[in-house]
Design a protein around this ligand. Structure first.
Ligand code: PFF
Length: 503
C-alpha cells in the first residue's frame, strides 16, 4: 500500500468529491423533483434526507476509504469478508450507470457542436429524437446505431481515459477546471434568467410550497433517492476517492463541505431553469407548467434549447454556456464512476491500474453502444429507473448496516474524531445505526410494494411492455447482485500475498 497514489492537497480531494457529486442530476433532476414534489415544501424532506442519510453515509464512506486505503470491495472485506459483495454491488451499480451516463455525455457533446448554429431550430424535440437519436418505435427495435451518438460516445470515453490514465494526479489537474467552471456558467445563467420578464412566475412554480405533498411517502422516497444519487454515495466512488487521502486528513468537515456545495449547486440550478421557464411561458402566452415539461433529458435537449432560441439576444452564447456547463458538470461525475470501478478491481487483485483503466473503459464503451442504438433511449430510461429505485437504496442500506453495526459506529467515531475538524458525538451512532437504516429499509419496501401494485394494475413504468421492464429492470438487478456475490467470494491475490511470509 506504500506506493498508493495521493491527492496533491485537501482542496484537490474536495474538488474531486464535489465534481463527482455535482453532475447532470443537479441540473436536470433536482429542479423538477422540487417543482413536482411540493415546491418549497420539498426542501423539508430533502434537507432531512441530507442530514439523516446523505451526510452520515458520506462520512462513513470517507472514513472507511481512508482507514482501509482501498476501493469499496476491499474496504468492506476488511470489515468482514462476507460483506465484500456489498462493495461489489456498489461497483457493479457504478459500472451499469457509467455505461449510460456516457451516452448522455455523448448527446451533450453533440449539442455543444449544434449550439454554434442553434441547429435545433424551432422544433427542438423533433430534432433531438429524430435527427440526433433517430429514435425507433419502441424498446423492441434497436434499429442500428445513431452515428452522431456513436461519435460523441468515442469522444466522451477518450476524454475520460485522458483524465484518469494517470490516476489521481491527472484527475487533480482536471477537476481544478471542471469544478469551478460549471459554477461560473451556472452563475451566468442564473443572472440571465432572473433578469428576464416572467422569471418570477417560473420561480413561483419552482418554490411555491405545497405542504400537503409531505404526506405522500413517494415524496420522501424521491428526496432520499435524489440525495444518494446526487451525493454519489452508495456507489463506491467516495470510498475510492477517500482511499487516496494521506494519513492525516480531515473527514467530517470535508464531507459536510462536499454535501453543502453539491446541494447549493442543485438549488441554484433551479433558479436558472425555472426563471427561464417563466420567461418562455410569458413569451408563448402559456403557463409555466405547460412549457416546463417533466425535466430529465427533455429539459436539457429540447425545453431549454427552445427557451434559449427565444432570448432577445445572445442565443448562441447562452447555448454554449449551457452545454459547457452540462459538459463540465457531467464529466467529473462520469470519470469518478470509472475510477470507483477501477479502484475496486485493481485493489482486489493488485492489478496494474493503467491496464485496468483501459480494460474497464473498453468494456464500458462496448456496453454503452447498446444505448447508442436507435432504441437505446428506451433502455437507458428503464435501466436508470431500476438502478435508482432498487439498487442504490439496497446498497446504501446494507452498507450502513455493515459499517454502523458490524464494524461499529463507535469505532468509526473514535477513528474520525482525532483527525477531523468537526467532532462526532453519540448522536451519530443513533443516526447511522438507527435512523438511516430504518428509513432506507422503509423506502426499499415502499418501492417494491409500489412496483407490485403497478404490475398487478398493468400500470408499468412509462407504459413500457412487461418483457422490457423484466429484462431492463428486474433482470439487470438480478445479474448485478449475482455478479457481486460471485466477485465477493472469489479469492484475491491480496489474500495470498498477505499470507505469504515476509521477505
Ligand atoms: N452525482 C451525479 C449527479 O448528480 O449527476 C451522478 C453520479 C456520479 C452518481 C457518480 C454516482 C456516482 F458515483
Amino acid at each position: 500500500m506504500e506506493n498508493r497514489q495521493r491527492w496533491d492537497n485537501r482542496m484537490v480531494f474536495v474538488f474531486a468529491a464535489i465534481g463527482s457529486a455535482a453532475g447532470l442530476g443537479n441540473a436536470w433532476r433536482f429542479p423538477y423533483m422540487a417543482a413536482s414534489n411540493g415546491g418549497g415544501a420539498f426542501l423539508i424532506p430533502y434537507f432531512i434526507a441530507l442530514i439523516t442519510a446523505g451526510i452520515p453515509i458520506l462520512i462513513l464512506e470517507f472514513a472507511i476509504g481512508h482507514k482501509f486505503q482501498a476501493g469499496a470491495p476491499t474496504s468492506l472485506s476488511k470489515i468482514k469478508k462476507c460483506w465484500e459483495s456489498i462493495g461489489w454491488w456498489a461497483v457493479a451499480v457504478s459500472f451499469a450507470i457509467v455505461t449510460y451516463y456516457a451516452v448522455i455525455m455523448a448527446w451533450v457533446f453533440n449539442y455543444l457542436w449544434h449550439s454554434i448554429s442553434l441547429a435545433w431550430g424551432d422544433a427542438p424535440q423533433n430534432f433531438f429524437l429524430n435527427k440526433v437519436l433517430e429514435i425507433s418505435e419502441g424498446p423492441g427495435v434497436l434499429g442500428g446505431f445513431s452515428i452522431p451518438v456513436v461519435i460523441g460516445l468515442v469522444i466522451a470515453w477518450v476524454a475520460v481515459y485522458l483524465t484518469i490514465r494517470n490516476g489521481v494526479k491527472s484527475v487533480g489537474k482536471v477537476v481544478k477546471w471542471t469544478v469551478p467552471l460549471p459554477i461560473i456558467m451556472l452563475g451566468i445563467l442564473v443572472i440571465r434568467s432572473l433578469t428576464l420578464p416572467g422569471a418570477v412566475d417560473g420561480l413561483n412554480y419552482y418554490l411555491n410550497p405545497d405542504f400537503s405533498k409531505l404526506l405522500e411517502p413517494t415524496v420522501w422516497a424521491s428526496a432520499f433517492g435524489q440525495i444518494f444519487f446526487s451525493l454519489s454515495v452508495a456507489f463506491g466512488v467516495m470510498i475510492a476517492y477517500a482511499s487516496y487521502l494521506p494519513k492525516k486528513s480531515d473527514i467530517t468537515n470535508n464531507a459536510i463541505i462536499t454535501a453543502l456545495a453539491n446541494c447549493g449547486i442543485s438549488f441554484l440550478a433551479g433558479f436558472a431553469v425555472f426563471g427561464t421557464m417563466g420567461y418562455m411561458a410569458a413569451e408563448k402566452g402559456a403557463t409555466v407548467a405547460e412549457v416546463a415539461g417533466t425535466g430529465g433529458i427533455g429539459l436539457a435537449f429540447w425545453v431549454y434549447p427552445e427557451a434559449i432560441s427565444l432570448l432577445p439576444f445572445g442565443s448562441i452564447l447562452f447555448a454554449l454556456v449551457f452545454y459547457i456547463m452540462l459538459l463540465t458538470l457531467g464529466i467529473d461525475s462520469f470519470f469518478s464512476l470509472v475510477e470507483g470501478v477501477v479502484a475496486g478491481i485493481s485493489d482486489k487483485w493488485s492489478l496494474n491500474k493503467k491496464k485496468t483503466t483501459i480494460g474497464v473503459i473498453l468494456v464500458g464503451f462496448i456496453i454503452s453502444l447498446l444505448y447508442a442504438t436507435k432504441g437505446g433511449l428506451y433502455w437507458l430510461d428503464i435501466v436508470d429507473r431500476y438502478i435508482n429505485n432498487w439498487n442504490i437504496i439496497g446498497v446504501a442500506l446494507l452498507q450502513a448496516i455493515a459499517i454502523g453495526w458490524v464494524f461499529k459506529s463507535k469505532k468509526i467515531r473514535e477513528y474520525i474524531n482525532p483527525i477531523s475538524d468537526v467532532k462526532l458525538g453519540r448522536w451519530f451512532d443513533v443516526l447511522v445505526m438507527g435512523i438511516t437504516p430504518l428509513v432506507l429499509a422503509g423506502i426499499l419496501v415502499w418501492n417494491i410494494v409500489q412496483e407490485v401494485i403497478d404490475v398487478i394494475n398493468g400500470n408499468l413504468y412509462e407504459g413500457y411492455p412487461l418483457w422490457a421492464i423484466i429484462s431492463g429492470g428486474w433482470a439487470v438487478t438480478v445479474v448485478l447482485i449475482i455478479a457481486s456475490i460471485i466477485l465477493g467470494f472469489t479469492k484475491s491475490k491480496n489474500v495470498v500475498l498477505e499470507k505469504a511470509p515476509k521477505e
